[in-house]
Design a protein around this ligand. Structure first.
Ligand SMILES: Cc1cc2nc3c(=O)[nH]c(=O)nc-3n(C[C@H](O)[C@H](O)[C@H](O)COP(=O)(O)O)c2cc1C
Length: 350
């Protein structure tokens, strides 16, 4: 087990108690937010944030700004987060922002690297019932499990990784797919690539079945709705080492088909684990907002759905008219760099 650097921002009695329980017996050093900057690279970093009721606490904002300004600040680091809120809002938003800033500064995150607590602890009600404990105890246990996972985390690697390229874009016109295709060309000599277009068949969004019904279909590797998601995507997800998701920005969100795919993954998770799979993404926006889409993707697939987040998981580009992305200045170098990063991460040299 590696020792942890615990980066503590904000005051919270409940967070202090939770950390004492979570870290007992795990070698660690607790450092204040402002002093953490020189301690981040190459470390196993547990961000422990006590958030005020309205979010945007000055020390947290300063930490995120520092990470954005220093794109190598977390080179070789592995991260996880405990966010304890004094209100019902902003814990997730803060975690998404911090995770993207840290990731773009070189930090890797294991799957499900966030334990959050809203003021009421209502977010622990379901887990508490499942475990037969109080919400407070469910929160403490999850924090402990996260600290242990962070301390012992080693990413799985593969000599010749298999990559699932998933998109819902039109080949003739999509900027995002053109970047994806160029990326795949770089990966092909070293990886097995499977491409699935979600345009080939109607995609229904998750129906929100009961857990029992979802588990019933999941036992047959299926879902209430069949189609391309159950026939092609589920088996491909289970077989791949990495998912490369192509995400055009539609109204500051992934497009409807990509979101339906994410929602429908719930069924896969009932009996399968995604913890050992890497998540990569390409996000293209016509104007702005790629950061919002990247946060949405990492929030849904890493913080919620357990994919591992490799360092610098996302290539973001601004381009609007068809063909514009591949004409953007420096795009070929950025694709080369992103492909090299993917290979290094998946094959274990990084
Ligand atoms: C329905 C729709 C909504 C869009 N919303 C946004 C937006 O909110 N912000 C933005 O920067 N670009 C937006 N765009 C532009 C796309 O992000 C842009 O065309 C980009 O090149 C990615 O799409 P593509 O891969 O289909 O080319 C939108 C495009 C469509 C079709």
């Amino acid at each position: 087990m590696g020792g942890l650097i615990v980066v503590n921002c904000g005051q919270s009695e409940r967070l202090d108690e939770t950390l004492a329980f979570a870290l007992s017996g795990i070698p660690h050093e607790r450092v204040a937010c402002a002093e953490a900057r020189t301690r981040l690279s190459g470390a196993r970093v547990l961000f422990a944030l006590g958030l005020g009721e309205h979010g945007l606490d000055a020390d947290v904002v300063a930490l995120i700004a520092y990470l954005r300004l220093n794109p190598r600040a977390m080179e070789g680091a592995t991260g996880a987060m405990i966010v304890d809120g004094a209100g019902e809002l902003y814990t997730k938003q803060t975690a998404d922002m911090l995770a993207l800033a840290a990731n773009l500064a070189g930090c890797r995150f294991p799957g499900k690297p966030l334990v959050e607590a809203t003021a009421s602890l209502d977010n622990w009600r379901i887990q508490a019932k499942r475990r037969g404990v109080s919400p407070q105890e469910a929160y403490r246990l999850a924090a402990r499990e996260l600290a242990e996972r962070l301390a012992s985390f080693t990413p799985r690697t593969a000599e010749r990784p298999s990559v699932l390229l998933l998109h819902a874009s039109d080949r003739a016109t999509s900027n995002t797919l053109q970047i994806g295709t160029n990326l795949v060309e770089k990966l092909l000599p070293y990886c097995d690539i499977r491409e699935i277009s979600l345009q080939n068949g109607a995609i229904y969004d998750c129906r929100g079945c009961s857990y029992k019904t979802c588990a019933h279909f999941a036992r047959q590797n299926s879902c209430f709705y069949g189609g391309v998601i159950t026939n092609d995507v589920y088996p491909a997800i289970n077989e791949c080492d990495a998912l490369l998701l192509l995400c055009p920005n539609y109204n500051d969100s992934v497009s409807a088909n990509i979101l339906a795919f994410i929602n429908r993954l719930t069924s896969v998770l009932v009996y399968n684990s995604l913890y050992e799979k890497n998540l990569f993404a390409v996000v293209v926006s016509g104007y702005s907002g790629s950061d919002l889409v990247a946060q949405q993707v990492l929030g849904a697939l890493c913080l919620n759905k357990t994919f591992m987040l490799p360092p610098r998981f996302c290539l973001m580009q601004t381009a609007n008219n068809p063909g514009e992305a591949m004409l953007a200045e420096g795009i070929r170098a950025r694709i080369d760099e992103f492909a090299a990063n993917m290979l290094q991460t998946m094959r274990g040299a990084g």
